[in-house]
Design a protein around this ligand. Sequence first.
Ligand code: GDP
Ligand code: IMO
Ligand code: MG
Length: 423
Amino acid sequence: MFTIITGAQFGDEGKGKIVDLMSEDYDVVVRFQGGDNAGHTVKVGTDVYKLHLIPSGFLLDSRVLIGPGTVLNPEVLAQEMDMLAQGGIVLTPEKLGVDAKTSIIMPYHVELDGLRESKRTEKIGTTKRGIGFAYIDKVARDEVRMADLVDPERLRLRLLELAPSKEAAIKELEGDPSIVTRKDLMDKYLELGRRLAPYVTDVSYEVNKAIEDGKNVLAEGAQGTHLDVIHGTQKFVTSSSTVAGSACANLGVGPTKVDEVLGIVKAYITRVGEGPLPTELTDETGRQIQQVGKEFGTTTGRERRCGWFDLPLLRKAIYLNGYTSLALTKLDVLSGLDEVRVCVSYELDSLIVDYPPEGTAELSRCRPVYENLPGWESDLTGVKSFGDLPEAAQNYVLYLERKMGVPITYISVGPGREQTFRK
Ligand code: GDP
Ligand code: IMO
Ligand code: MG
């Protein structure tokens, strides 16, 4: 069984939580794109894990893999491994593997990301983790790969070859080029390479073999559909392909192997960073959702902008991913509102459209058209089944399901693993 999970909105839908929960039934959990711009939270009992790179299936028995389509900051990976080890979770090479072809995020990528963002008149609001610049180098074939990192001689030669162009790029943005060749940095990367060498593997082979052997593989997406570098709200997007098909291309698994595509969707919408968000709420309701939902970025701590559920964007996400089912998260956050609103279409230059326009500028001009549903008062965080939800909350879920035309199979009413039930 091969299942792909992606975020159906702008990221932070609760992918980490659902992956942790589902990993019980999966032998392998694999990240296929993005890097430590992701922040995935797993909460079990009183333990909360906020991870950027290690797949969210690390707690149970699954093997966790980082695929070649990701961009990996080895320092962040080492920190995460140390943090888990302090809590008694030691990730051995039997548990964790990183593909030899994975692109390495170097300090100059992080530097360039920060410098570039500071020079932009219209900012993207990146996480400043060097993601875009690492992907530029991957496509330009100027990257340092995991296989180079773990081989001191290859790493030295590769950096020698790349240094002049990296120094020039940093100089052009008025930064300090010495970051490229500083000896302490080189020593640090050599040390990281030594440490991570036992983890190097062929992820594509492992995933295909697991599927062939009848095992279950779960591909964990990062970011969200509308941050996709091709189909998202350019230029306010990340630098990787975040939609489900990307799992096949990035892992080297044929599309004929996919059994399920699960979309994770919040009961409202959030966005961190710049870019259009047609249903954005800048009023007291928006603040209430933000506070109750603790909508602050896992990676940067920034406030997440909040808005009502946006059906046109979901329709597009359903097309782009081919979802076979959906998990609806954070339903509990909407408790206490007199009414909940759902954007069913947009008004765009005096036309009504029920699908997002392809251009970002046009999407920015869209005004939401709402249908209002009755809200509910009671706290949902202890609810254990669909039938125990207040009638208005049930109706909200059924309404969304009907409008989206894709079954909602999981409902989440709190951050904890146990605060989830099947519909
Ligand atoms: P991800 O990037 O998609 O993995 O999502 P994040 O972990 O960045 O953000 C989701 C946040 O909401 C995390 O703090 C989760 O612990 C939390 N969360 C997940 N599901 C629920 C839910 O159903 N209700 C509430 N209140 N919080 C949730
Ligand atoms: P998870 O996996 C939400 C956003 C950034 C910025 C844009 C580009 O936790 O859902 P980047 O650093 O990738 O070049 O920034 O993308 N962004 C995310 N927003 N969740 C994420 O990941 C994100 N990863 C990147 O805020 O707007
Ligand atoms: Mg997140």
